[in-house]
Design a protein around this ligand. Structure first.
Ligand code: 6GU
Length: 304
């Protein structure tokens, strides 16, 4: 199998759709192997609880680190740590807040301090190195959807399409305990956190579906026509929005396709499409023009 994908969620059925359509075919062809796991399978209490109230107060619930750690150790093939007193947290119900703060503080040892430092450095490094750093093979990449993380882009999709094992951890509720990503970074795991856009979703499941589709469609053999990947928006150094597309007939309900597209003059067609891509990007997404590599714009481009 070219790429192994594990997804952890409290709603693993959400990913049943992956057995359909293009993704189902890719699995049948052996290009990808996807398995969705239920986080609650790693709980030990009768209620299978995965969350708790936020330390410091506030609304909502936060996913507990100990449950995630058991699950992730397992799926990453790391030696399970002996569960300690701080893992088996006192689940005494409503007013355990103060007690938990003490437990957490007691837990902030040297190891945790290192974890936090490493986490910060890693985020910075990933941002810089993301450009050409192919995800190292045989090293699993652990990915957490997080609305407060950097944006997931085509560049990330391209990079991650070279990994051979992706592990997605879907958070629900108000999020997951911040020590989970820090801890695994400190263990040497390649941990990524991504947002898919500036809006709020209820959980990571939809975000994981989005990232998964963006990544796997880049796998060799996944798409019927691989050429369609090369020309599309957001790809390459000079990432622009794509020009508009037309099919036959040349006139429909009184609207004609641009004449130049019927001319058969490939150079003219290319110039027309490039100009349109530049003009539309300039109007709709000026931020993409700002971000362009200077070399991405030719003299003719600059005239537009
Ligand atoms: Cl990755 N998660 C959630 N819950 N909401 C989001 C998001 C992720 N990206 C944008 N909104």
């Amino acid at each position: 199998v070219a790429m192994k994908i594990d997804i952890v969620s409290v709603f693993p059925e959400y990913f049943d759709v992956l057995n359909l359509s293009l993704f189902g075919k890719a699995q049948a062809k052996g290009l990808v192997e996807v398995k969705a796991h239920n986080l609650r399978d790693w709980t030990h209490d009768v209620h299978h609880s995965v969350d708790d109230t936020p330390v410091g107060g506030g609304a909502g619930m936060v996913m507990k680190p100990a449950v995630w750690a058991e699950c992730l150790d397992d799926l990453l093939g790391l030696e399970p740590r002996e569960s300690t007193a701080d893992d088996a947290d006192a689940d005494t119900g409503t007013n355990a807040d103060t007690k938990n703060v003490d437990a957490a503080d007691g837990d902030v040892t040297d190891a945790d301090a290192t974890a936090t430092d490493t986490a910060d450095t890693d985020i910075a490094n990933a941002d810089i190195a993301g450009i050409d750093m192919g995800a190292e093979s045989s090293r699993p990449v652990l990915i957490f959807p997080n609305p407060s993380a950097p944006l997931f882009t085509q560049r990330d999709a391209t990079e991650l399409s070279h990994a051979d094992h992706l592990l997605f951890g879907c958070g629900r509720y108000e999020g997951y305990d911040a020590r989970i990503p820090s801890y695994y970074r400190a263990q040497g795991v390649d941990v990524r956190e991504y947002s898919i856009g500036d809006y709020v979703l209820n959980g990571g499941e939809v975000a994981v579906s989005v990232m998964l589709e963006a990544i796997t469609r880049l796998l060799p053999g996944f798409m019927g026509n691989p050429d369609s990947i090369v020309e599309e928006s957001y790809t390459g150094e000079g990432a622009l929005l794509e020009h508009r597309q037309y099919t036959k007939p040349a006139e429909w309900r009184g609207i004609r396709v641009p004449d130049v597209l019927l001319s058969g003059d490939h150079a003219k067609v290319d110039r027309f499409r490039r100009d349109e891509a530049l003009a539309r990007t300039n109007e709709i997404r000026p931020d993409l023009i700002e971000a362009l590599d200077c070399k991405a714009l030719s003299k003719a481009d600059r005239k537009t």
